[in-house]
Structure formats: structure tokens, C-alpha cells
Design a protein around this ligand. Structure first.
Ligand SMILES: Nc1nc2c(ncn2[C@@H]2O[C@H](COP(=O)(O)OP(=O)(O)OP(=O)(O)O)[C@@H](O)[C@H]2O)c(=O)[nH]1
Ligand SMILES: [Mg+2]
Length: 491
């Protein structure tokens, strides 16, 4: 007996999520286990069989959450139980007897048996899992709910009630007086909005009702906290990497002897912009993977807008720095480009007006009235330093020379990061990145200065990002993250 309890104290906690059908049980499981593949749907009975999901940090298992089907016939079950226990002490044994009497022969209980769902959900409780009872407080309390709570009480296991809301309506006041009679703890828990803090609070709450789990729960929460800090560091490195790659990007196209350069430059410009968008897309995907959202679909109106017109007024009003803030840095960037990169003769006039065509294309190469990047030819000193010995004719574009573009790029990455970090794994809709929520203009001046210096160091590399420049960027992005807040749900 004593060796058994020692083993219990080191194994990770197991929670079982139970309740009526369609209350948001699977949503609670998905958000706690960070699993975006768990079936969640509007029809009752989405979960037909119990399934166990493990939450890990690295190789370490922190806790398990078991999803179950909802109670279908709670009142009949309770009647059965009442016939089989005539005093309180006999109740847990009666629940066990119920499960044994109704378990189907063979390994599976699903699909058959008049109480198949009840057997599925009661089995993990009898195995010692902590109970999370989920109610949808946007609907009314029914007599069947009371039967469910009574059955759970009969199991004698520690239990917490989670008040979720599937719709906006709120009947929580009607639920509370009943829930508090049956459960050790009653908590509000928004399954689709819960962030890190709410999940950690839930675990900590359980610590009070099952004291023997105190140590493992403290360890799990501490491991989650370091996992969170680690994710932010990884994302800072990804965003710094994106800035380095995007700002230093150089695109090159050969020009045949006697060929007109204009169409080649047009192609060059389109390729340069596509490369920028591709770098952004890859970084978005990588950030989503860090937060365990590998299958997330994005609705990013801003990215789409940029696909059409990288230089629209709307974009640079919502993101990046204000005009005044930018004025401080803009001149500095001009000097970097002017001093370091030769401009091909005619490179400027090419991008102006109708040379490329009407509308969208006409602005190509420009960002908020400034060039996105310079175009230069094989004879420039930049070309000779990048491709020594190259004798053929070509045109090239890059690195980025627009401070405004750099700040918008960074700002959009931060907005996306915050949306992903705060996103519950229970949501099955597309990720919407709010176009109106830029963050860099609010940064303290010293952090802005640090970022500007770091980005400028990249440009100075003339198409190459040195290790020192990369580290400066990582430090600056980490400083930015400290300002834009940690561990918050921003969704
Ligand atoms: N807006 C919102 N919808 C929710 C929330 N929780 C659940 N829902 C929705 O409610 C429906 C049922 O959610 P599930 O998590 O599948 O509920 P369940 O209790 O596991 O359902 P069954 O497996 O059928 O018993 C789905 O359409 C969810 O999107 C919530 O917190 N907010
Ligand atoms: Mg379910």
C-alpha cells in the first residue's frame, strides 16, 4: 500500500472531462492539452468514445486529460444506483458495480450497451482521474444535470465544476447555487478564450481539492511556465531571422546582350516582392508551430492587401511607426543606402508613374513614397563585392532601403505572434489577424532606437547578415517582447 501511494505521488495528474452532451467538454480538453485536432462540433454526440490526450513539455509528460462522451441517460443511471446502495458508504461501490454490470464484453464499450456513454465516462473516474464537470451556462439547468452531479458525487472523487458558455446568453446565476452543493470548486472557464494564465490557474485549483497532487501540480505549472518563456525566445529568434532575411534580400536577373532592361526590371521587382511575402509566410507558419497550431488557417487581410499593394496607405497607417517617429530614423536609413549601395542610372525613373502599368503596379518598388529597395547593375561596387568575377550584364534589387517598410514588417509579425499566443486550441475557425492593432508605435523610445540600430546593421551587411548583426536583432526583438507583454491572452 505504501509503495503504491509513493508511485501515485510521482505520476502526472490525470483529469477527466465530463458533463452533458454539447457543453464544451472537448473544447476544454483541446485547450488544456493544446491539441487542435480533437473533434469539436455543434451536433450533440461528437465525442463517441473516451480518449486520452497527453500534455508534454519536451519529452516530459506534465499531465493527461481524458475526453469523454456526454451523459445520455443520467436519470436512469441514478435510479439504478439508488436501487444498489442503501447508505452513503455503499455509493462508490455501487458506481463500480454499475460500470461492471454494463461494460460490454471485449475491450470496447462503444457502439453497444444501453449505457455505453455512461460507462465510457465513469471508467476513468473510477481509475482515479480528477473530475472536471463542464456546464454550458448559456443554457438552462435541467433535471438531468442534477442527476449527473449526483452520480459524480457518488463516485467520491474530487471534482471541479467549469462554467463555460457556448453562446452569449448567461444563466450562470441559475447554475451556481446548485453547482456549489455538488462540487469542491466552481470556476468560470471560457473554453474558447482560455489562455496560459487560466489554464495554469485551473491546475493550481485542483491542487487544493487533491492535496496529494500538490507537488506534481506545482512541477507541472513550473514546467509550463518555462515552456512559455522558451516559446517566446524561439519566436523572438524567428522574427529576428525573418527581419534579417527580408531586409538583406537581394534579387538578381540576367540581361541578355542588346535586351531591353525595362521588362527584366519589372520581373525583378515582382520577384523581390514575392520573396518578401514568402519570407513572411514561412515565419508565420513557424511561429504557429511553436505554439502547437500546425494546421492553423489564417485569414490575414493585411497580408492579402500587401499581396496586391504592398504600399497602400491603409497598411502603413495601421502598422509601423507614426510619421514623426519615422522622421527620426528615415534620414539615417537613407544615409546607409546612399553610402553603401550604388544606384544604377535610370533605376529611379523606372518605378515612377505608368512605366509598369496602371493601378497597383504603378506603385511597385515604392513604400509610402520611398523606394522599398534600390535597383543596381553589374557595374556597381556592391555587385562586385557580392559576386566577384561575374562579368555578364544583370540587374539586381535589394537590400531593403525603406525604414518604413522594415517597421511595418516587424509590426505585423508582432501582431500575428500575439494572436497566435492567445489562441485557444479549441477554436476551429480561421485565425483572424486584427489589422488595427499595431504595437511598435507604442514602444518606449529606447527600444525603438535599439530596433532601428539592429535593422540598420543588417542593411549595412550589403546582402549578408553577420552573426553579430543577427544577435543584435535577437536582442532587440526580445526587448520588444518584454514591452508588448508576456503570458497574456491577447486574442
Ligand atoms: N463560442 C464558444 N463556443 C463554444 C465554447 N465551448 C464549446 N463551444 C461550441 O459548442 C459546441 C460543442 O462543443 P464541444 O467541445 O464539441 O462539446 P462537447 O461537450 O465535447 O460535445 P459532445 O462531444 O457532443 O458531447 C461546438 O460547436 C463548440 O464550438 C466556448 O467556450 N465558446
Ligand atoms: Mg466532445
Amino acid at each position: 500500500m505504501s509503495s503504491e501511494s509513493a508511485a501515485d505521488s510521482i505520476s502526472p495528474p490525470v483529469f477527466v472531462v465530463v458533463g452533458n452532451v454539447n457543453q464544451g467538454k472537448s473544447s476544454v480538453v483541446a485547450t488544456l492539452s493544446e491539441n487542435e485536432t480533437i473533434p469539436i462540433d455543434t451536433y450533440p454526440g461528437t465525442t463517441a468514445k473516451a480518449a486520452c490526450y497527453v500534455f508534454r513539455s519536451g519529452d516530459r509528460e506534465l499531465f493527461r486529460v481524458i475526453d469523454t462522451p456526454g451523459f445520455q441517460r443520467a436519470r436512469e443511471v441514478l435510479e439504478w444506483l439508488r436501487r444498489h446502495a442503501d447508505n452513503a458508504a455503499a455509493r462508490p461501490a455501487a458506481v463500480r458495480a454499475f460500470v461492471e454490470a454494463h461494460r460490454q464484453p471485449g475491450e470496447s464499450t462503444a457502439g453497444g450497451g444501453e449505457f455505453a456513454d455512461e460507462v465510457e465516462l465513469l471508467t476513468p473516474i473510477l481509475d482515479g482521474a480528477g473530475i472536471l464537470y463542464v456546464v454550458d451556462a448559456s443554457s438552462h439547468l435541467e433535471p438531468s444535470n442534477e442527476a449527473e452531479m449526483e452520480i459524480l458525487r457518488w463516485t467520491g472523487q474530487p471534482a471541479m465544476a467549469l462554467v463555460n458558455r457556448v453562446r452569449r446568453r448567461d444563466h450562470a446565476a441559475e447554475w451556481r447555487p446548485t453547482l456549489t452543493q455538488f462540487f469542491h470548486i466552481v470556476r468560470e472557464f471560457d473554453a474558447h478564450g482560455a489562455g496560459f494564465a487560466e489554464r495554469a490557474a485551473l491546475l493550481r485549483g485542483f491542487r487544493e481539492i487533491r492535496p496529494e497532487w500538490g507537488e506534481v501540480i506545482d512541477e507541472a505549472v513550473a514546467a509550463m511556465e518555462s515552456e512559455w518563456a522558451d516559446r517566446e525566445r524561439r519566436v523572438a529568434a524567428l522574427i529576428a531571422g525573418m527581419l534579417g532575411e527580408a531586409l538583406s534580400h537581394v534579387e538578381k536577373r540576367p540581361v541578355a546582350e542588346g535586351q531591353d532592361e525595362a521588362p527584366v526590371r519589372e520581373e525583378l521587382d515582382a520577384a523581390f516582392r514575392e520573396a518578401q511575402r514568402d519570407i513572411e509566410r514561412r515565419t508565420r507558419d513557424a511561429v504557429e508551430r511553436v505554439y502547437r497550431h500546425p494546421g492553423l488557417e489564417r485569414d490575414d487581410p493585411v497580408l492579402e492587401l500587401l499581396a496586391e499593394d504592398l504600399f497602400s496607405e491603409t497598411t502603413w497607417q495601421a502598422f509601423g511607426l507614426t510619421r514623426n517617429q519615422l522622421a527620426k530614423y528615415g534620414a539615417g536609413w537613407g544615409a546607409v543606402i546612399g553610402g553603401g549601395v550604388d544606384l544604377a542610372v535610370g533605376g529611379l525613373s523606372f518605378f515612377v508613374g505608368a512605366a509598369i502599368g496602371a493601378g497597383v503596379g504603378a506603385a511597385a518598388g515604392w513604400f509610402g513614397g520611398r523606394k522599398l529597395a534600390n535597383v543596381w547593375s553589374a557595374s556597381s561596387s556592391l555587385a562586385q563585392s557580392l559576386w566577384p568575377g561575374e562579368t555578364g550584364r544583370f540587374v539586381a534589387m535589394g537590400p531593403v532601403g525603406s525604414a518604413r517598410y522594415a517597421w511595418v514588417l516587424l509590426d505585423r509579425a508582432i501582431v500575428h505572434f500575439r494572436a497566435v499566443r492567445g489562441r485557444s486550441h479549441a477554436r476551429r475557425d480561421r485565425l483572424e489577424v486584427d489589422a488595427g492593432a499595431g504595437a511598435v508605435a507604442e514602444l518606449p523610445a529606447e527600444v525603438r532606437d535599439q530596433l532601428d540600430g539592429a535593422m540598420r546593421a543588417v542593411i549595412k551587411g550589403k546582402g549578408r547578415v553577420t552573426d553579430a548583426a543577427r544577435q543584435t536583432l535577437v536582442d532587440a526583438v526580445e526587448a520588444t517582447f518584454r514591452e508588448v507583454g508576456t503570458h497574456r491572452s491577447d486574442a
